[in-house]
Design a protein around this ligand. Structure first.
Ligand SMILES: Cc1cc2nc3c(=O)[nH]c(=O)nc-3n(C[C@H](O)[C@H](O)[C@H](O)COP(=O)(O)OP(=O)(O)OC[C@H]3O[C@@H](n4cnc5c(N)ncnc54)[C@H](O)[C@@H]3O)c2cc1C
Length: 593
């Protein structure tokens, strides 16, 4: 896969939509200049295309296996991970006090988009480590931070997230793993399922973040604590000590991401795994949410990365495959001449660009929220990041289902045949709407915690910004912009009405908000995507007006027009569904389903 085309797209979105240059004003980000950003992304792209991507198919075919109690990864993964570490990639946006490079999370998001495009199963391992670092850094004691973070930031040790148990999936209040205090540490006993990269031989140690319950803990989520449980205990001098009582007992057989070991973890089979408390007792879920929110933005990027890859793959096939005749062309044509194939490709391209824009805007909000000098800016950007996080997670990953499925469709019958590779993108993508909180859970978070709880404050601010943008878009001359403006205004009106409806009627019956939630989230994603596509088009028009003849800018405007005509109208359909309430969903008795 070539990274040149996406690199140009990425740089455009970073500059014009996420305003990456504004980050250099924050203390610590002074070095993130446009030249530095370009140089880093080029290197990330080279690593993606020359090292990580060639392992994608091998990883799918071989998968990770459990052999004599050890997880064996597919050929080449160990060497690729070593190169990833030697090049310093794990520390890209990590704190300098633990020897990270301290660069913006936004830059990390763009780099991880390329690694996800190349090989999502591989990219998952450093992604989870980064989330674990964020949680430990935010909530761990100095001793814990100094013991674990330098090696995790360097990538010498990886991190995992241990939430799920057979009876506790979306509902973490049901977590049963036990923690008992023993002197300075705790003994952990219990079983976790579905733990991504829960064991492997790529590093000397693995640092598990585990949710568990103390014997006298209150019921439900208020009785959950967070523990670090290292695979190997760490001696006082920082060297690796004894093997801890924590191991992978089996691996799941899955639809996709075969190279990523999804482990059943057993803690305490031989008396208890040694664990160290992170944060306060019984307040572990809040600490784990630091990691989960990080991962939710990153899983959104998985959606964008897979979508970009599926699009490029389908595009190459559509230019190559000859089939049928097309009005105005001589003889048999390549399938990209057919209007319907072009429609599919543009659907893939425009959804990918819209998702990228939204994910980058949310990542920039993350940087402002944590690094801006002004407290008011930090607070308002945190509110924006919190509002956008479930939309990035759920909308970008739902779009990836559509895009990767269309990728198969563009290939015709060959799409269904594994050797073309299109099917792998679709299979790998299937998990991303499920883990890190399903689309339903994200939608519940959006409508409940992010809209109803603050009585619409955060969303109203965003809608006010969209209203200002509406006037700017209307003022732009040209046929393409007239179409974008009409569709944007209609979508914005619908979103304003839906939001009002949710605020007024969302609590009317116990099920109203739940019934509306996913369609409301999809409506928001679609409308925000249209906003960012139109914003891109305006930026492209400025370049053309300044004399640029680069086809890239014309393409931007035409792609935004396609989105306005073919994707934006979905907003109104979602709005109708949102406002129809819970009746049709809840009136049917369970017996009559
Ligand atoms: C490949 C893979 C990797 C994973 N990696 C990890 C990992 O590293 N660490 C980890 O801890 N876990 C991991 N998971 C677990 C994953 O996060 C859960 O599978 C996911 O959160 C859903 O939980 P569940 O499977 O129990 O489904 P359930 O919670 O049983 O959900 C089933 C369905 O019911 C819906 N539902 C449930 N509750 C509600 C509700 N309150 N409102 C509306 N709808 C609801 C869901 O949306 C879903 O459609 C992984 C899973 C897989 C398959």
């Amino acid at each position: 896969m070539s990274y040149e085309a996406p690199l140009k797209e990425m740089q455009f979105a970073l500059t014009e939509l996420a305003d990456i240059n504004s980050l250099t004003q924050h203390p610590g980000f002074e070095d993130a200049t446009p030249d530095m950003v370009e140089a880093i992304l080029k290197e990330a792209g080279k690593l993606a295309s020359s090292v990580i991507e060639p392992l994608n198919k091998i990883g799918d075919e071989q998968g990770s296996r459990l052999v004599d109690g050890k997880v064996v990864n597919p050929d080449g993964f160990l060497e690729a991970y070593q190169q990833f570490v030697e090049n310093g990639w794990p520390g890209l946006h990590q704190p300098t006090e633990f020897d990270g490079q301290g660069l913006p999370f936004l830059l990390q998001s763009a780099a991880s988009e390329m690694w996800n495009s190349a090989n999502m199963a591989f990219a998952l391992c450093p992604m989870l480590t980064a989330g674990a670092i964020e949680s430990i850094n935010a909530h761990g004691s100095d001793e814990i931070k100094n013991t674990y973070l330098p090696k995790m930031v360097s990538g010498e040790w990886t991190g995992t997230m241990n939430l799920t148990e057979p009876q506790a999936g979306s509902d973490l209040s049901a977590v049963r793993t036990q923690a008992t205090k023993e002197g300075e540490h705790y003994l952990i006993k219990g079983s976790k399922i579905f733990i991504t990269w829960g064991d492997h031989e790529m590093t000397d140690n693995i640092i598990h973040l585990v949710l568990a319950r103390l014997p006298d803990a209150p019921e439900g989520v208020k009785g959950i604590s967070l523990f670090i449980v290292p695979k190997y205990l760490v001696n006082e001098d920082g060297s690796i000590g004894e093997r801890n009582d924590a191991k992978a007992v089996s691996l799941e057989h899955k639809l996709g991401i075969h190279a990523s070991p999804t482990c059943v973890m057993s803690f305490g089979d031989e008396g208890g795994a040694v664990g160290y408390l992170v944060g306060e007792e019984n307040k572990g879920l809040a600490c784990m949410f630091t990691m989960m929110n990080h991962a939710r933005l990153e899983v959104g990027m998985e959606g964008v990365g897979l979508s970009e890859r599926a699009y490029q793959h389908a595009l190459a096939y559509a230019k190559d495959r000859t089939q049928g005749y097309s009005p105005g062309s001589e003889g048999r044509v390549s399938i990209i001449h057919h209007a319907d194939v072009r429609r599919m490709l543009l659907q893939m391209k425009s959804l990918t660009e819209a998702g990228r824009g939204l994910a980058y805007v949310a990542s920039a909000a993350h940087d402002h929220a944590f690094h801006a000098a002004d407290e008011n800016v930090r607070n308002s950007q945190r509110q924006r990041m919190d509002l956008l996080t479930p939309i990035v997670k759920a909308w970008c990953t739902e779009c990836a289902q559509e895009v990767t499925t269309l990728g198969v469709q563009v290939h015709g019958g060959m799409g269904f045949i594994e050797e073309t590779g299109a099917a792998q993108f679709m299979r790998d993508a299937r998990i991303i709407t499920i883990y890190e909180g399903t689309t339903g859970i994200q939608a519940g978070d959006l409508i409940g915690r992010k809209v109803l709880r603050d009585k619409g404050a955060a969303i109203s601010e965003l809608i006010a910004e969209l209203n200002e943008f509406e006037a700017t878009l209307k003022a732009q001359s040209g046929d393409e912009f007239a179409i974008m403006s009409t569709q944007f205004s209609a979508a914005l009106k619908s979103l304003t009405e839906s939001t009002q409806w949710v605020l007024e009627k969302g609590m009317e019956t116990p099920h109203t908000a739940g019934a509306a939630s996913v369609n409301f989230l999809m409506q928001m994603g679609t409308t925000l995507g249209g906003w960012l596509m139109a914003k891109s088009a305006l930026a492209a028009q400025r370049e053309i007006d300044a004399g640029s003849t680069d086809e890239f800018f014309k393409t931007k405007i035409l792609t935004a027009r396609f989105y306005a005509e073919h994707i934006m109208p979905r907003s109104q359909a979602y709005a109708t569904t949102v406002q129809s309430g819970a009746g049709a969903i809840m009136d049917l008795s369970i017996e009559n389903f």
